[in-house]
Ligand binder design. Sequence first.
Ligand code: AMP
Length: 382
Amino acid sequence: MLVLVINSGSSSLKYQLRDVAAGAVLTEGLVERIGMPAPDGGAPEVADHAAALEQVDAALHAVLGDRAIDAVGHRVVHGGERFAEPVLVDNEITRAIERLNPLAPLHNPANVLGIRAIAEKWPEMPQVAVFDTAFHRTLPEHAWRYAVPEWLYTRHGIRRYGFHGTSHQYVSSKAAGLLGLSDDAFDGVILHLGNGASATAIQAGRSVDTSMGFTPLEGLVMGTRSGDLDPSILVFLARQGHSADEIDELLNRESGLKALAGSNDMRTVVEAAEAGDARAAVALDVTAYRLAKYVGAYHVAVGGAKALVFTAGIGENSWQFRSRVAERLGALGVELDADANLVRSKEPRVISTPGSKIPVLVVPTDEERAIAEATAAVVNAR
Ligand code: AMP
């Protein structure tokens, strides 16, 4: 089955064409600056998502030959409390995703634009929505509920949802496989460390806690996001006259590694620290320390982790950052194998010593693959 995976943003459309049975990527690309003025200030070169899709279609033609796309899988950020699994999209589902716009104002409207553009161009095309939040629908109430008045939940849906679910689920299943366990026998902690970063506690193959919350801002120190902080800081800033938009910008785009070290790119920060930059060294300490605290907490949450799993850009590639985190986990008996930690590979692998009380794994994530496979499964089950 050929599945076109779409990640539709407000001004960009990322796509990947996959042959699901072969596990192969046939082509991929990105259309940018949708609806944005041309560099000379003139009319946008790509007027809207429909125009972006025409560009994608042209690029796909060259690859497809006489084959046809069988289905489209969409990455949808917010599935609210309703969607616990990928679903076949129809008008009612599209409207349901749209009703969740207030919970993900930057993402869900853009995801819907992508869905509607496909429906207009290829009305018969099966479309599947794969939600970033869905895997975390198994969170128990003690993990998803914030200690705030009930009406914040009933009126505004304020609770922990969690994100990166497609990645956490995929990586958790691969890690279980590497340890020779079935998915539902796996207890562990997954660390998805990319530009956005989150930790998830997995018990019996299900998500039982996760560090991102009502939005992707909560939890770990990220590239440009602060992660956890005292909520009173927001009130304080508001009283100082900062607007909601300013505070949003400050915490989502001006914080994290960028604020601490001057760069949101882990490679740059690691290099700067190695060259003796004190700010970069502190940034790494803060980031690794905060992550190690979550590992400790989630080790408790899952009743004893059978594995600690690193994934995504930083988790897969930065041996320096992994070793800084592991150094702080001595109390759990975690011990990295220094040589294994240095290995660069696209394969899942163990990087701890045989004596480590908790095996430490690196498992490359592949959200597009997971979305394509989920899409094929939903379409085949029709
Ligand atoms: P992602 O969002 O998964 O694409 O991850 C992006 C993050 O991965 C950025 O902070 C990059 O600096 C980081 N990253 C990618 N490759 C490396 C590397 N070789 N060493 C350190 N960080 C890396």
